[in-house]
Design a protein around this ligand. Structure first.
Ligand SMILES: [Zn+2]
Length: 74
């Protein structure tokens, strides 16, 4: 896919928060830990545009994986 190192130099364009990689290989996205916006990754390239970002609740893959992971911890 792509180098994970770049995550360390990227920040959320909306709030400058830290971005985390979530999702599966085919449907991955970067999620902001600050404002919970989801930035889709298209063809291996993260689309870091506020206009293209989705709320976490509107991202089906994220909603499933995040909820299940949190519930397994709790
Ligand atoms: Zn943010």
């Amino acid at each position: 896919m792509f180098e994970l190192d770049f995550l360390q130099i990227l920040a959320c364009p909306a709030c400058r928060g830290h971005l985390t990689l979530e999702g599966r290989e085919s449907v991955a996205a970067l999620i902001c830990s600050g404002c919970s916006l989801v930035y889709p990754i298209q063809d291996g390239i993260p689309v870091l545009l506020k206009e293209e970002a989705l709320p976490l609740q509107s991202w089906p893959v994220g909603r499933g994986s995040v909820v299940s992971r949190e519930s397994s911890i709790a």
